[in-house]
Design a protein. Structure first.
Length: 379
């Protein structure tokens, strides 16, 4: 049976080159980076080399990059510390953010005397920038948290515009860029963003490692206490092989960005065209079919399927060896409607199956042809 992996927004295949580099480090560089002997110094040197390399890709200083266990920890570190240490009393976000942001903000509201404002979402999933500017007319210490690329519908935030609005109104700006780092070039010297979260497994690196960009002199303090790792901001013995892995994955991603993004963009366009040809009643959620206003890595499809077939469609695709999802992998065990689609779809469309297909350089047009053939059996 064919095995077609089209769930790259959930996680990606680790590149062979990344595995090779990590295996070499695990075998040869097992010293604790906090130790003062040569074994420890060798590990520490690898960490700082990786930090400097990653900082270079984002055009920031190495001292502004802190390694974490992934995007969720990075989001938590920024949001929780901003309220606790920077005295933020007002958070502006949207109802279609990743739950790493939304659930953290919910918890903060129970612990602290803060107000939460949700920026209006248009029917196509874009934020209402005029409403955002209205919300920023606030005398309270404000933090804006809006993701760069939505992980379910792929809409791209005008991150430069939001950053400038925040700067103009003296608000802090945090962005979950888990779906965009490694897929889009980000020059943080030009974009006045304060905090950014990233995760290696979204760009063919290992799971369990990510980083947070924290603008110099931000005043954030640690959430995890213990040793003095990560310049005292994130205690715990560093995972040297994972850190080297994320640096290698990001280096390959940005070295090959133009070539690979063009290839994947062509795959997405091919898939959209084939869907429209074979299923004239198909629709696309958010702006996911628009290659200029959504990421080239995914498309979210609302299929014209009868109610009785809806519940079994993903299961049937899995039986045919096709991996895709109905939304965020973090919610895959939930029977609830996607919180993102709930905000933008009609009650009628919410009853139809919406499936997220997400692509990588390891996919081909033959993969897409097979998916279309299988879908035709059920629709």
């Amino acid at each position: 049976m064919k095995q077609i992996y089209l769930d790259n927004a959930a996680t990606t295949q680790i590149r062979d080159e990344v595995i090779d580099v990590m295996a070499k480090v695990m075998k040869n560089n097992y010293g604790n980076a906090s130790s003062s002997h040569s074994f420890g110094r060798a590990s520490k040197s690898l960490i700082e080399k990786s930090r400097k390399s990653i900082a270079g890709f984002l055009n920031v200083s190495a001292g502004e990059i802190y390694f974490t266990s992934g995007g969720t920890e990075a989001d938590n570190l920024v949001l929780r510390s901003a309220v606790r240490d920077l005295k933020v009393t007002h958070i502006i976000t949207s109802k279609i953010e990743h739950h790493a942001v939304l659930h953290t903000i919910d918890q903060l509201k129970t612990e602290h005397d803060i107000s939460i404002s949700f920026v209006d979402i248009e029917n196509d999933g874009q934020i209402n920038y005029t409403h955002l500017e209205d919300l920023l007319q606030n005398s309270n210490k404000t933090l804006v948290s809006l993701m760069h690329v939505n992980n379910e519908i792929g809409n791209i935030l005008d991150i430069e515009r939001v950053a400038e609005l925040c700067k103009e109104h003296h608000a802090l700006f945090h962005s979950d860029t888990v779906q965009s780092v490694g897929h889009y070039a980000l020059n943080l010297k030009e974009i006045p963003i304060d905090f950014l979260a990233a995760s290696a497994h979204k760009f063919h690196g290992p799971k369990g490692v990510g980083f947070v960009f924290i603008r110099k002199n931000s005043g954030l303090k640690p959430l995890i206490f213990g040793g003095e790792q990560e310049r005292g901001l994130r205690a715990g013995t560093e995972s040297v092989h994972n850190i080297v892995g994320i640096e290698e994955a990001l280096k390959i991603a940005y070295t090959n960005l133009d070539k690979e993004s063009a290839y994947i963009k062509d795959l997405k366009q091919y898939f959209v065209n084939r869907l429209l040809t074979e299923f004239p009643l198909v629709t696309f959620n958010g702006l996911s079919a628009d290659l200029e206003k959504s990421t080239y890595t995914l498309v979210n499809v609302c299929l014209p399927v009868s109610a009785e077939k809806t519940a079994m469609l993903l299961f049937q695709l899995d039986l045919k060896g096709i991996a895709c999802s109905k939304g965020s992998a973090c919610q895959s065990g939930s029977s609830q409607v996607s919180h993102v689609l709930y905000e933008i779809l009609s009650d009628e469309d919410l009853q139809k199956p919406s499936i997220r297909f997400s692509f990588s350089t390891y996919n081909s047009k033959e993969d897409i042809d097979y998916v279309i053939t299988v879908l035709k059996e059920f629709i």
